[in-house]
Write a protein that binds this ligand. Structure first.
Ligand code: SAM
Length: 214
């Protein structure tokens, strides 16, 4: 990416679309974290859920199971090729209640929703604080946001690996120096956090942070 323009960002992520699912599995970052992330959203049948930076739609089966065919899944991503994969997944699984929006989640007007999972994307979205504000403004009262992502290891000896992990993230246009859970505490209530040690290729921890709109 030469800059942070929307075109650069979407072409960068387009290149990941065909390998994203395999990559996640290879680095051991899939189902168990995703399931936990969905479970803290307290979804119920008929709810509307905003799948933030949905990628290839790996959340869809879990979201569909939770909100049922009477619910709505609104999937947002900046990269058309990611959305294409996500559409294929929805079609293949017969999910008729998934809607797709292409755009930058920090800029576009998002539809109102009861809950929003934002998984593996807070280190990727350039204006992540604007994105958090935007997502939260789209949540209905009592609506929940869950953020799942990688973070630095805090304690010794794992923390020795932080500079290596930082470089890998910079190389892949991601910024692991962020602490979105702190900003979430300013914007929503009852923010809780759970952390798994050495969850990402032994180089980083995984965290799940969630809270509720007043
Ligand atoms: C690492 S992938 C995560 C995909 C998905 N959330 C998952 O759990 O598998 C990051 C995704 O964020 C999307 N993305 C990055 N910046 C974005 C932005 N500003 N607005 C919307 N989507 C964005 C990318 O296109 C990509 O699909």
């Amino acid at each position: 990416m030469s800059g942070n323009s929307i075109t650069d960002l979407s072409s960068y992520w387009n290149r990941w679309a065909s390998v994203w699912d395999i990559m996640l599995r290879l680095v051991g970052l899939d189902c168990r974290y995703r399931e936990q992330g969905i479970s803290v959203l307290n979804l119920r049948k008929g709810m509307t859920v905003l799948d933030i930076a949905c990628g290839t739609g790996l959340n869809f089966p879990y979201l569909f199971q939770a909100v049922g065919p009477e619910g709505r899944i609104i999937a947002v991503d900046i990269a058309p090729k990611m959305l294409q994969k996500a559409k294929e997944r929805a079609n293949k699984n017969g999910l008729n209640n998934v809607e797709f929006i292409q755009g930058d989640v920090s800029l576009i007007e998002l539809p109102y929703a009861d809950a929003a999972p934002a998984f593996w994307c807070m280190i990727s979205i350039p204006e992540h604080q604007m994105a958090l504000e935007n997502i939260i403004s789209s949540l209905l009262s009592g609506g929940r946001l869950a953020v799942l992502d990688l973070k630095f290891i805090n304690d010794f000896p794992g923390a020795i690996l932080n500079p290596i992990f930082n470089q890998i993230c910079r190389f892949t246009h991601q910024d692991v120096n962020r602490e979105p859970w702190l900003y979430m505490e300013q914007l929503i209530d009852n923010v809780k956090m759970r952390e798994w040690k050495l969850g990402g290729l032994l180089l980083s921890n995984v965290y799940l942070a969630w809270g509720e709109k007043k």
